[in-house]
Design a protein around this ligand. Structure first.
Ligand code: SF4
Length: 430
């Protein structure tokens, strides 16, 4: 077995750590935070998401998630209609009625999220008070929480952040004398969670828990002996809530690609005193396998230029992966929010001189994209078709959130998500 040399950024090369960022505050083209329900309802298996919103909100959720429903859905919309908007009805009483009916029909629900939307914000419906009021009736059988997925307040992946932040106060307090534990924070596909769990077991690192849990009753205890690793880069509020409980974040890049996964695991291994030799023995075969899977894609992607429109907040880690492990050129890396602290390790690894932008002024950004003529554009659904019609090749950002992409075993699949549109375009042109 060949020795494994941990990858670290050169001491003198700080990549984009101090790079200037173009900040734009114009019109943006991003889904709202309700979208997170599509993957969250599959993650916490006995939770239900009740959107308090309009018919538009109901259509968004149904059309985005409808194809995945195979049994009783675990989300719905309580429609705020004209009478509610005009103040002619007691919205709180109606909401209580809807919740009562729902919980009677669905005794399997153990956690109910009341999810705010643009209309519920416009009529200033206080869902935190509603959740408190309803909890008095339904605890301990059903816990009722609330968060906002409104497009006024949140973009796309911030819905998950708001949901998980609302879950932190529910976490039991960790005992003062508890042994240090590791919490993996952010929704991961079950298959990815299982792979990471096996890796932590092999390393001899534990106890390890995941947040959110698969069952509402399994929320991990949190306290000063909790060390947490973010598995997703869009969890600013959740991280803040965990830190307020005394938990300590382990700074690391995100587990995308072979390098990102290794550095992410390494951060945990170092914090828990796992000997380097053990770490190398456990990770070496998996790293080699991931590298082999990536090599096939590198031949197609190396030298190609990519442009990221801001969408999922995964843009910076993805750009790091594509540039360092697959040799792609970064034309512009746009992200809705650039959290310098959580992305510090990622920014250090980005090639210096990368054009970074935060927020959006969509017309200006489209002009920059058209002028640059990149080989591949990562963007939201609304921009993809018009750009394709102009001869640009696109990748839907939302697919990167729905697909299991973290960890060694998924590194090749992640690369393939970028190879596929290029191959499709080549076939169309040929
Ligand atoms: S929350 Fe707002 S942006 Fe999202 S679907 Fe409802 S109305 Fe539209």
């Amino acid at each position: 077995m060949s020795p494994v040399i941990p990858i670290r950024a050169e001491a003198a090369d700080i990549g984009c750590a101090d790079a200037p960022v173009l900040r734009e505050r114009g019109q943006r083209e991003v889904f709202c935070g309700l979208t997170g329900i599509i993957w969250l309802h599959r993650k916490i298996q006995d939770a239900f998401f009740l959107v308090v919103g309009s018919r538009t909100c109901a259509h968004l959720i149904q059309s985005a998630a409808g194809v995945m429903i195979f049994a009783e859905p675990r989300f719905a919309t309580a429609i705020i209609d004209e009478r509610d908007l005009a103040g002619l009805a007691d919205v709180n009483a109606e909401l209580d009625r809807v919740v009562t009916r729902l919980l009677e029909r669905r005794p399997d629900i153990r956690m109910l999220f009341l999810v705010g939307s643009c209309p519920s914000e416009v009529i200033k419906l206080d869902l935190s008070r509603a959740a408190e009021r309803l909890s008095k009736t339904y605890l301990p059988k059903v816990r009722i929480l609330n968060y906002s997925g409104s497009g006024i307040e949140t973009t796309f992946t911030q819905g998950e952040d708001a949901c998980l932040a609302s879950l932190v106060p529910v976490a039991p307090m960790q005992a003062d004398d508890a042994a240090p534990s590791l919490l993996i924070v952010g929704s991961l596909a079950d298959v990815v969670e299982d792979q990471f769990m096996r890796l932590f077991d092999e390393l001899g690192l534990g106890p390890v828990r995941f947040f959110p849990p698969r069952r509402a009753g399994d929320v991990a205890p949190v306290g000063p002996n909790t060390r947490f690793l973010l598995a997703q880069p869009f969890l600013a509020d959740t991280a803040r809530a965990l830190e307020a409980r005394g938990a300590q974040r382990l700074p690391a890049p995100f587990p995308l690609g072979e390098e990102g996964t290794t550095l992410w695991l390494q951060a945990a291994a170092t914090a828990f005193g796992i000997p380097q030799q053990r770490f190398d023995e456990v990770t070496a075969p998996k790293r080699e396998r991931a590298k082999r899977a990536l090599a096939r894609h590198r031949t197609q992607l190396a030298g190609k230029r990519i442009f990221f429109f801001p969408d999922s907040q995964l843009e910076v880690p993805l750009a790091r992966f594509l540039s360092r492990e697959l040799g792609m050129g970064l034309v512009e890396v746009g992200t809705p929010y650039l959290h310098r602290q959580h992305l510090a390790q990622e920014l250090t690894l980005l090639p210096s001189g990368t054009a970074l932008s935060e927020g959006q002024d969509v017309d200006k950004q489209l002009d920059r994209c058209r002028a640059a003529r990149p080989d591949l554009v990562v963007c939201g659904l609304g921009l993809a078709n018009p750009l394709e019609a102009e001869g640009l090749t696109t990748k839907w950002a939302i697919e990167l959130v729905f697909t299991p992409i973290q960890g060694y075993d998924q590194a090749g699949d992640l690369a393939e998500l970028f190879t596929r549109p290029l191959v499709r375009r080549m076939k169309l042109v040929a």
